[in-house]
Design a protein around this ligand. Sequence first.
Ligand SMILES: *Cc1c(COP(=O)(O)O)cnc(C)c1O
Length: 650
Amino acid sequence: MPSPVVKAGKAPPAEYYENLFKRNGRVKPNAPKWLKTRQIMTSSFFPSPYHSQSDPFRSEVSAALAQLEEMKHRKGGPAYLGTEYELPDYSEVNQAEIPETVSALQDVVSDMLELFEGMINTAHPLSQPNVLPPANKAAIIATLFANYFSQNFIEGEYAWNLEKAEMETAAMIANLIPNWDSEKAGGIFTYGGSGCYLYGVKYALTHVMQKKNSRCHGVRVDGKILVSQQGHYAMMNSTDWLGIGMDNIVTIETDDETNAMDTEDLQEKLDELKQQKIPVLAVICTMGTTDAFAIDPVEEVHNILSNFENPLGYERPLIYCDAVIGWSFLTFKDYDFDANVNGLSQYVRNQIERVYKKILKIEYADAVGIDFHKTGWSPYATSMFLAKDLVHFKSLMNRPGAVYLNERTKYNPGLYSLEVSRSAAPALSAWATFRFFGMQGFQTTITNVLEMSLCLRAIIATEKSMVCVNNEDTGFVTLFRIYEEHEDAQDRYEQELNDDSAAGKALLAQSNQLQEDVANMMWWWLRTGSEIDGMYGAHTTYTSGFRTTNYNDDMGDSSAVVYALKSYPLNVNITPATMRQMVALVKKCREMVLNGDSSKLDTPPICRPYSEEVPDVVCGGAEAHRTRVSDMLSGVVGSRTNMRRRRAKH
Ligand SMILES: *Cc1c(COP(=O)(O)O)cnc(C)c1O
């Protein structure tokens, strides 16, 4: 039975409304309740629409900020906020309901601050777990400004001059890349490095398949994405979500020494695909992998692709550079490495020059991805997808606009962006950071990471029972192992890498366990807020798959891998004293582990639906080229099969 239509009744005349208000705009005492509530809301829920000295907003912001900042600890104190350090209890989140009535701002702020209890203080020098840099002041203020007037980056009409932040940031980066023209290049801010990656893969897909009209008909051909086996797992997000399918990722082996894409393997795989008449959509070059900081040889890839043709009916493959971490080395553009006016240590000077020269090769890319929330010291998510030829990109991606959107200004990225409404915060944060730091600021923060890593490595070198295991990596990360006090770490590590006897494997397993136990003890120390020997814990982490052993080239033995403790010092507040303390903490943890102390923490359970386990995705058959999630080692991967084969050939 159709439900009865509720008649709206007679609409009141305008006088009805006018009579509810006094001449000063306030409501009369006999006004209905909703209007009285509205009066509370307009006066205290929103910033005043007018210039007004009496608007309390700025003091409310200031007071709220003061409360947040009071949650930090004094110098030398713990690296989390507040006093409740227990692991988060997510067991009742599904009980949440919207409150019945309006609340006071102060109460909401207090509730929000409670969510910060125990949260890691990423600006604390002992916070070094991953690519997690503290955000700079200009960028934090930018995020507030960017949201104050509900600016929408869909088009110029709704963000006005602020759109310049997007266009100018794109130009500033393009002007750092040799042979890119800021009159041709253009970019768009999106949701993180993974978003940039998605843009890159989509750009390539649409470009290569343009004659097949994949935009209208869908993806009906198994085109391939070629990426080094050390590339970021965003390769899976992109191919999966775009409907290309994860089985269409072809992983290219990496070179033993450099961890970079092995161009001989690339050539071989291209030849195979060509023979099978399978189109290649893109070759993705990673410009600085997360841990090993491997940089793929873009120029060589470009040269190889110049001699490659897709099957008839498909355009040439594109090159996308996943430069989300490595891009900021571009800011060394005008740095005179010989004069070295910043006074970098010889070692770091050489490191930076070497990396800079490799990163410069992104000039051969069709598009690049750039994260400011990584080596740009900006808040999340501040990422730009930058196309070398924006007009080409636009011509492949444009859509008809909505009838209710008028193109009032000449900048209308909503006609080709992935998102529709977009925040102004990323663009304004990035722009403000460039403006604030300048080339000098970037050079300094990058130098700082490398010099502080070097300092940590130097301290480790003086510890007989510790060994740095990634000295070759020109990167931001220090990976190291600790052994029992009487051991010679260097010798023992050498043996573990090479000795494939049962005894050798047992030693490896034993010390891998020690790394894991020490890392767990570090975590316990931090998360219990314990003060031991006058020190609080640090936020570090460990990797359970940094590299394979030398006898495990083909990854046949999943336990013959090297665990390592990790320091990722993007934090600008780190000093040599911090690094000494880190080493002291690690040694103390070793002592506690060997003492048999427990590092067990009570993890409160999580409620449904989050607690429900789901089956793993299984892709690929037994055939080659497949991507196995379990193969995603963070550092050096067993790529030696190819090298050995080649050596045998010569
Ligand atoms: C972090 C990272 C990504 C993913 O970027 P998000 O900003 O985390 O989405 C992709 N590639 C590399 C090399 C990364 O380090």
